[in-house]
Design a protein around this ligand. Structure first.
Ligand code: ADP
Ligand code: MG
Length: 607
């Protein structure tokens, strides 16, 4: 007998379904599309265990009669087309006619449905076979429950991510539906607790405000048209921002899509107004002649390709710029916001003090990496103290004359630092035998602190805050953080939860006592969202690196801080002892040598 056998249809179906259904959010998408196609105006979604245990969608759409309800689980069962040619014209969402069949192949499904003029029916389906049909007293509409995802394919079950990850995918999806269908009332509940309740609204900025109800975002409408492309939407002003890209939603002909170029075009609109690593929240709806886009580049139609991408990109960038500019001019023109100077409380300049690190307070030389990496003393520190490799030694081609200071010590002889002074309250100028050495005070201090944080953490004093810092956060973010609180503890930051929407910072490392830790926490949430796909170990390592670099950045003296000669000297000594001293933890050079020969050539003292 030959080796090849045809799989029985129900087995083949599981494989096909597994391609469409990867995670609960894929199922929810199909169910929501069906509800929208059925003209529902209210849709309620129940989720249990991130959708792995249960997804239930209740709508008040047109419902089905018993005959249709029995048929809808069959492959290629659809009320939306009767002929393949119609695929081109279709404006409703589903058109494969196989969503429910795929869902029924990988989970247990219970359907209650009722058309206005008919009796309600309840159908249960398992492994694609109808197991019961009974009468139902449900109201007009459809109520579908999908339970125990992948119970038929245990191998797939273990690829599902943890509850929080799946829940985040589900909420992103529901946000997208809320934005693309502001006229629909959406309710979302997880473990019977309400997570969203978005009443219908005609205004996109209102819809955005419903979704991000923390009140920190101000929503600006955007619009633009060029030939056959038009865009509309709402964006957050530059005064409010997120630490991740999850607030960016793009729609093409009302279909939620991801498209790197379009996101970049949106971010370009914010260029120079948002700090690095900060992202806006935004929803952009693009309406375009369907023949100019290809939505079939992705099996689940999550991506889209444009025939003339530049037109749409430029339209988005300039619409964002215009909205932001208008916002700024409105602010300047607003008379109420203007207060004469004498009304304002006097500004007392707070001289920032640079507290040199007291190396003597540590038992050993702080940069003797070998000694501190003994595993028996600080397992956390040794596991998580990677410092970036020293790569600064080479200058870009053509810049040899004024190369970045190479891997030797910053100063040839520490006792003979001849500090000329501070330039622009930012750079320390040092007379060096080969030329003029320019040290960036922030980058240098950042490096010094980073190395201390990375290598000697356990030995650094932390202080318990007399007035703990309170950090308001949305419950979703708190849930995410709760899993990772040990990361902070290991870095000297003690956090406690205060209710469902608030954290409090109880203790910090002494270097950070005057720094706003809430900012750091929000940044950390952004990184955690960005790195969801890393495994636990890699995530921990990455998070430690990022946290320490950011703590160093926040605690370091800044450009603009005035320093005394003694402080400058101390900083240079500290830098001299630090490994990787040529670059700050973000990769910027800490110093630059302008060679005497170069100066003399420019001044034409020498050829
Ligand atoms: P498609 O949406 O591509 O037609 P589906 O498998 O998603 O395929 O659904 C099959 C059919 O079941 C739909 O065409 C529709 O007639 C019916 N149906 C599914 N969900 C609903 C719902 N929530 N309300 C009314 N009818 C529905
Ligand atoms: Mg469908």
């Amino acid at each position: 007998m030959g080796k090849i056998q045809c799989l029985p249809p129900h087995e083949a179906q599981k494989i096909a379904a597994g391609e469409v259904v990867e995670r609960p959010a894929n199922i929810l998408k199909e169910l929501l599309e069906n509800s929208i196609d059925a003209a529902a105006t209210t849709i309620t979604i129940h989720v249990e265990d991130g959708g792995k245990k249960l997804l239930r969608v209740i709508d008040n759409g047109c419902g089905m009669i018993e005959e249709d309800a029995r048929l809808c689980f069959q492959r290629h069962a659809t009320s939306k087309i009767t002929h393949v040619d119609q695929l081109e014209e279709i404006t409703t969402y589903g058109f494969r006619g196989e969503a429910l069949a795929s869902v029924a192949a990988v989970a247990r499904v219970t359907l209650h449905t009722k058309q206005d003029d008919a009796d309600g029916v309840c159908i249960t389906v398992e492994k694609n076979s109808i197991t019961s049909v009974t009468a139902s007293s449900c109201p007009t509409g459809t109520d579908i429950t999908v339970a125990d995802l992948f119970c038929t394919i245990p191998a797939r079950q273990k690829f599902l991510k943890k509850r929080e990850t799946e829940w985040r995918h589900l909420t992103q999806l529901v946000h997208a539906f809320c934005l693309s269908h502001p006229q629909v009332h959406f309710k979302l509940l997880s473990e019977s607790k309400q997570a969203l309740n978005c009443a219908p609204t005609a205004s996109l900025p209102n819809r955005c405000a419903q979704l991000w109800e923390d009140g920190t975002h101000e929503w600006l409408p955007i619009e633009g048209t060029h030939d056959s492309v038009s865009i509309c939407g709402a964006i957050s002003s530059h005064q409010s921002y997120r630490y991740d890209r999850n607030g960016i939603f793009l729609f093409v002909n009302n279909r939620w899509v991801s498209n790197f170029q379009l996101s970049r075009a949106l971010l370009n609109g914010y260029q120079n107004v948002l700090p690095q690593g900060r992202y806006p929240s935004a929803m952009v709806k693009i309406t375009i002649d369907p023949t100019l886009v290809d939505i079939n580049v992705h099996p689940r139609k999550e991506e889209v390709a444009f025939l003339h991408p530049r037109i749409t990109e430029q339209l988005i960038t300039s619409a964002v710029r215009n909205a932001l500019e208008e916002r700024v001019s409105a602010q300047i023109a607003k008379p109420v916001s203007f207060r004469p100077a004498e009304d304002l409380p006097p500004v007392t300049p707070q001289p920032k003090t640079f507290v040199p690190f007291d190396f003597d307070s540590l038992p050993n030389d702080p940069f003797q990496a070998k000694e501190i990496s003994e595993p028996q003393t600080q397992p956390a520190s040794t596991a998580m103290a990677p410092t970036p490799p020293t790569t600064a030694a080479t200058a870009p081609p053509g810049e040899q004359q004024t190369s970045v200071y190479t891997n030797s010590k910053v100063l040839p002889n520490e006792s003979e630092h001849h500090i000329i002074g501070q330039y622009h309250n930012t750079y320390i100028l040092i007379e060096h035998e080969d030329g003029l050495l320019i040290v960036d005070q922030h980058a240098a201090h950042e490096r010094v602190l980073y190395e201390i944080f990375a290598q000697r953490f356990e030995e650094l004093p932390t202080i318990k805050l007399l007035f703990p810092q309170s950090v308001p956060l949305n419950p979703d973010d708190i849930e995410l953080l709760r899993d990772h609180l040990d990361l902070f503890t290991q870095n000297g930051i003690t956090i406690e939860q205060r209710g469902s929407d608030r954290l409090s910072i109880e203790a910090t490392p002494v270097h950070l006592k005057d720094v706003s830790i809430s900012e750091l926490i929000k940044e950390a949430i952004g990184w955690l969202r960005e790195y969801t796909d890393l495994d636990r170990e890699a995530l921990t390592q990455k998070m430690h690196e990022k946290l320490r670099a950011q703590m160093a950045c926040k605690a370091a003296i800044k450009a603009g801080d005035q320093l005394t000669i003694a402080q400058m000297r101390q900083l240079l000594c500290d830098l001299d002892q630090a490994p990787n001293r040529d670059q700050c933890p973000h990769g910027r050079p800490t110093s630059w040598l302008l060679r005497l020969s170069e100066i003399e050539r420019k001044i034409r003292r020498r050829q």
